[in-house]
Design a protein around this ligand. Sequence first.
Ligand code: FES
Length: 187
Amino acid sequence: MENRTEPAAEERIPTVSGGQDQDESCIECMAQTDATPSDANTVDRRDFVAWIAAMSMGATAVFAVTMVGRAVVPPGRSIEGKTKVGKLAVGREDELEPGKPVLAEYGDDVLYVVKMEDSSLKVYNAACPHVACKLAYNESSKEFDCPCHASSFTIDGKLLGGPAPRDMIEAEFEVVEGEIVVSGFRV
Ligand code: FES
């Protein structure tokens, strides 16, 4: 008959909760790093919370930049408009009075937006087609006059006289839900 005795308590391999025996080398590992399974979970949770916080701060920063951009750009303008002009709303059709040209900005260009007496719309570049001086609208003569070399144009952009080689430069535009949206110039 085999005479087996239970090992003394100090000779047993310690176990983690759950009752499974641990490999001795792993136990040494944990002893060296002072880590425990619950510590590992805590670290994972900390990493996760830090990741969530970083993502939240990133989203907040993007939102703030967008709102600041909107706050400093007046209606009818776009952030993009300063560097690359594409489609840009320059005013509302229902705010125009027939026969009274209104100035508007389109990127680095200045426009005349005109509602004609028959309610049709015209949009011109305000730069004279000679050497680009800014045309002035003369209310009494109902003409656009150039202050540099005296070219003049009718309210519908036709050249009346002076050294300008052509009529006023017209803009391509469409009316979208009452907004006059310019997309470029006819050259
Ligand atoms: S720039 Fe207008 S006529 Fe010369």
